[in-house]
Design a protein around this ligand. Structure first.
Ligand SMILES: [Mg+2]
Length: 185
């Protein structure tokens, strides 16, 4: 761990045009953090429709999406498949190492990445990427390290807040919504 891992890193202003990859933690970000243990080792999770619509909007952009999580669940696998999330990494102990390997594979750099996490296991990645975000109910000390705090809690629209933020700052929000509406009208 870096000595200054507990402090907010100084970063260059975000070049939003260069942002190409949205990565997320699962528990506490895509979900409210609760994990329901069912029979036969089944795990149930709550996801939010507003986040889902955000991913559908991203299909009309050149952004890639992914999830890096320490746990493993079939529910998340199904959710990622439904939302066309391209990069799913489950059972990850070292998220920064996972990110480095993914970036090497995609020929991308930290400057291309937005990441949302809610707890200490996300902080090494949050410190490195171009723009780090966190839900409104993330751990308070993690919020201090993040570049941006969403209006909503994890599992209650925090990811949609972030997707809207990215689209607005890229200057493609209206164009993207229009493309989506043209497709369904
Ligand atoms: Mg988490």
């Amino acid at each position: 761990m870096e000595k200054n891992c507990l402090t907010k890193p100084s970063k260059r202003p975000v070049a939003w045009g260069e942002i190409k990859l949205l990565l997320l933690d699962c528990d506490g970000v895509l979900t409210d953090g609760r994990i329901i243990y069912g029979e036969a080792r089944q795990e149930l999770k709550h996801f939010h429709g507003h986040d889902g619509m955000g991913f559908l909007l991203l299909k009309y952009t050149e952004m890639q999406t992914g999830v890096i999580t320490g746990r493993k669940s079939e529910a998340l696998e199904r959710r990622c498949s439904d939302l066309h999330i391209q990069h799913l990494h489950q059972g990850v102990h070292n998220k920064l190492q996972c990110l480095d390997e993914l970036l090497a594979k995609l020929n991308l750099d930290y400057r291309h990445v937005v990441y949302m996490g809610d707890d200490w296991n996300d902080v090494p990645v949050m410190r490195k990427v171009a723009f780090s975000a966190t839900p409104a109910d993330a751990q308070p000390d993690v919020q201090k390290i993040a570049d941006w705090v969403a209006e909503h809690n994890g599992g209650h629209g925090a990811v949609r807040d972030l997707i809207n933020h990215i689209l607005v700052h890229k200057g493609i929000y209206e164009k993207t919504v229009k493309l989506y509406l043209e497709d369904i009208c």
